[in-house]
Design a protein around this ligand. Structure first.
Ligand code: ADP
Ligand code: MG
Length: 393
């Protein structure tokens, strides 16, 4: 069994984003059908008795960029090594374009890998570093120099061709690592925390640059990261991993709006946890009587029993504070307001213990006195309901 491909959604997203880049790239849709399909079929990896990844199914369509996102130690790099062929999995198969590549060496698979620590050869110049992969792949000598020039141009590093890696900044070194790996025209691009060593602003620039390159080249890409913002901003789809298993595979928006588990809800973005008891439920809808005092209805994707304890997860920006009480509002005591860049973050306590966070845009926000306010869900809020027995998750 493999996860379904979400191609229409992906194409829509790429095109919308492509407008801004149209002047620089080659426009919308050029990447379609160019990349190679990558499938992981029921992959399990054991190291002795330890199971690093278990029963992983993932279907990445040609030209798609999927992020493997999860906390440190959840098995992201192990999966990447399995795709590249550096580790032979204990069970399951890796397929490129529907063909198993399990028996092929990393070189025969034709994958390009970029790691966090650049991994450039310090004694070689930039140009020699990029040429290295081509020579190792036995490119005809006459074609190596023009290809190196083309790749350095692609990553805007032509003028640095004769420098050594230590004469470059981290971001520049990472561009060279990328050029080296793209030079061989890999079937699949594998990025293992490639921006991890860069400082915040540079990281954002590099994310944009790599995303735009990836889309223009139409290259199937797996990005490993523990940084949710990075996954949200660069990937077409995100696979959230937890302790060696996939919790959810979906578009960034779907992961954020319809998290499949409390773990995903808490790992992606931040969320408020409101406890309560199911008042009524059918297959598609449930209402929860919150301990905070109100009953709220939400769409659900699983069944709940009336009387069952449950958790409502609501994003801080999907709550509001009002000076008026109402049937859908519960009282909270505002204790603290912090200006966090573009937002105000309010921290308020609930009548029966616990606290919540409410954010609102800082510009135009009314001044709020500490004390009692009435809290409700904004129109269109996407609250998610989870069984309370998972609360230790
Ligand atoms: P991530 O990249 O998500 O941080 P890894 O894939 O590197 O995690 O590791 C997943 C788990 O597998 C970790 O607990 C790690 O210690 C373990 N592991 C990884 N490689 C080996 C190995 N060669 N031998 C034993 N355990 C390993
Ligand atoms: Mg890792």
């Amino acid at each position: 069994m493999t996860a379904p491909i979400d191609a229409p959604h992906r194409a829509g997203r790429s095109c919308a984003a492509g407008i801004a880049w149209g002047a620089f790239g080659e426009g919308c849709g050029m990447a379609a059908n160019r990349g190679h399909r990558l499938q992981l079929a029921d992959i399990t990896q054991r190291f002795g008795d330890f199971i690093a990844v278990e029963n992983i199914d993932l279907d990445v369509s040609g030209g798609e960029m999927v992020a493997l996102l999860g906390p440190s130690g959840c098995g992201k790099s192990t999966l990447l090594r399995i795709v590249s062929g550096f580790i032979r999995q204990s069970e399951g198969h890796v397929l490129f374009d529907g063909q198993a590549v399990d028996h092929l060496s990393p070189r025969e698979r034709g994958v390009g890998i970029v790691f966090q620590n650049y991994a450039l050869f310090p004694h070689m110049t930039v140009a020699q570093n990029v040429a290295y992969g081509l020579e190792a792949h036995k490119w005809p000598k006459a074609k190596v120099a023009p290809r190196v020039a083309e790749m350095l141009d692609l990553v805007h590093m032509s003028e640095f061709a004769e420098r050594r890696p230590r004469q470059l900044s981290g971001g520049q070194q990472q561009r060279i690592a990328l050029a080296r790996c793209l030079a061989i025209d890999p079937k699949v691009l594998l990025l293992d925390e490639p921006f991890g060593a860069l400082d915040k602003n540079l990281r954002l620039d590099m994310q944009l640059e790599v995303k735009s390159l990836q889309r223009d080249l139409g290259i199937t890409t797996i990005l490993v990261t523990h940084d949710q913002d990075e996954a949200m901003s660069t990937a077409d789809r995100i696979a959230v991993l937890r302790a060696g298993r996939v919790e959810q595979v979906a578009t960034p928006a779907a992961i954020y709006d319809q998290p499949a588990s409390l773990f995903v809800a808490q790992f992606i973005g931040s969320t408020n946890i409101l406890y309560g008891e199911i008042a009524a439920a059918d297959r598609t809808h449930a209402s929860i009587r919150l301990d905070a005092g109100v009953t709220l209805g939400v769409p659900v994707a699983r069944s709940f029993r009336p009387g069952e304890r449950a958790i409502l997860s609501v994003r801080p920006e999907q709550l509001f504070l009002s000076d008026r009480a109402g049937p859908d509002r519960f009282p909270v005591a505002l204790r603290m307001t912090l200006p966090l860049g573009p937002n105000l973050v309010h921290e308020a306590t609930l009548p029966r213990g616990g606290s919540i966070k409410v954010t609102e845009p800082r510009i135009g926000a009314a001044e709020r006195q500490y004390g009692v306010w009435h809290c409700g869900l904004i129109a269109g809020a996407r609250a998610s309901l989870f069984p309370a027995e998972n609360s230790h998750n």
